[in-house]
Design a protein around this ligand. Structure first.
Ligand code: SF4
Length: 379
């Protein structure tokens, strides 16, 4: 039986953060009431798309902030998923949360409903930085959230932290890492602040009101992160992700291995049987489309072999262990060298990738230039 990952997008947040370009929208209680039944209908339709021959190995309920939905709605959602899909006995079921939505008994209810992994968007342990990012939670709430999750029995907990914030130094970011590590998460993701179009930060940056960290500073903070996390015994398994041994995010590994996944909810993407598709993004339109047709797909394409190969490399090279060449060749029924020999030699000459008998991976130098190295394989 084939296994797939299932992603559910909950597009609501208490407040739209200034830097955020995710498909997230300020909470709208009336719309959210209509959203949940629409999502349940799309789940019914999604179950027919994956058929009987696929088992769901991982579920990731992300957003947005899924915990803006009432606990009762999350319970209904999880029980509906179990009814409609064949979930593996050891399925990893992750839910994203934000410390500002902490409520008494919430995590106990989520555990009871089957969630076994939490991802907490902390971003910073500094009140000034949280304010700058327009996060609506406090430092105290971040600590309380982690403690409440652990007290409820979540022993697979991930935290997100952001670095390269305006005015931040490697030394200050190191303190955030140490604070995070003292809370003993199983997994940590660190992302540098980037300026994305259509965000409030983009406009501020254009007006000269937001000074971004210089590239050298960003690199210094990244290197600091690698040192601190290695010293604490965490494995660096993906460009931005660290975990205790065996605690990789299994759902994201499906993406990085370019495996099959079904995405449900506004803007969610799927990759099934070589076809990539994406739902419409706006929640109001999503609700209308699902109510009318059971689905909300606005874009669909069958990837050509060369595109699928490029995507496999683009995603797989994010993993520190890189890509197994024999698996790549078996999947695409072609010789890796025949397709990428010239690119490979150029990158090897510059010491940007490393190649052993059967694996290709970014070199330590290539890791810092990952985007441009990866681009070489898809242009
Ligand atoms: S909480 Fe996350 S998803 Fe929501 S607006 Fe902020 S950054 Fe975006």
């Amino acid at each position: 039986m084939k296994s797939i990952g299932l992603y559910i997008h909950i597009p609501y947040c208490l407040h739209k953060c200034g830097y955020c370009d995710f498909n997230s929208h300020a909470v709208d209680p009336a719309e959210m009431e209509r959203f949940v039944p629409a999502l349940l209908s799309e789940i019914d339709h999604g179950a027919t798309r994956i058929g009987e021959e696929r088992e769901v190995a991982t579920v990731f309920i992300g957003g947005g902030t899924p915990t803006t939905l009432p606990p009762q709605a999350l319970e209904t959602l999880l029980s509906h998923l179990r009814q409609r899909f064949r979930l593996a006995g050891d399925a990893e079921i992750t839910l994203e949360t934000n410390p500002a939505t902490l409520a008494p008994g919430l995590f106990e209810r989520l555990r009871e409903a089957g969630v076994n992994r939490l991802s907490v968007g902390i971003q910073s342990f500094d009140a000034g930085e949280l304010k700058l990012l327009e996060r609506v939670h406090s430092v105290a709430e971040a600590h309380e959230t982690v403690k409440a999750a652990q007290a409820a029995g979540f022993y697979n907990l991930s935290m997100d932290l952001m670095f390269a914030l305006p005015g931040q130094t490697a030394r200050r970011f190191r303190k955030h890492l140490e604070t995070a590590l003292a809370l003993r998460p199983e997994h940590l993701s660190t992302y540098n602040l980037t300026i994305e179009k259509n965000t409030a930060f983009y406009n501020m940056h254009r007006r000269g009101q937001l000074a971004m960290a210089a590239e050298e500073e960003q690199l210094a903070q990244y290197q600091e992160t690698l040192g601190v996390m290695a010293g604490a015994g965490y494995e660096h398994y993906e460009i931005s992700n660290f975990c205790r041994p065996g605690r990789e995010c299994r759902h994201n590994l499906i993406y990085w291995n370019n495996g099959e996944h079904l995405g449900l909810g506004p803007g969610a993407s799927s990759y099934l049987g070589g076809v990539r598709s994406r739902n419409c993004k706006l929640p109001a339109r999503y609700i209308r489309e699902v109510n009318a047709t059971g689905r909300a797909i606005e874009f669909e394409e069958t990837l050509k072999p060369r595109e699928a190969m490029g995507e496999t490399l683009m995603l797989g090279l994010r993993l520190l262990k890189g890509i197994a060449i024999d698996a790549f060749e078996a999947r695409f029924k072609t010789s890796f060298r025949e397709v990428y020999g010239k690119t490979l030699d150029g990158l090897l000459d510059q010491n940007l990738i490393q190649l052993d008998d059967n694996r290709i991976a970014l070199s330590p130098k290539g890791l810092f230039l990952a985007d441009s190295v990866i681009l070489e394989f898809i242009t």
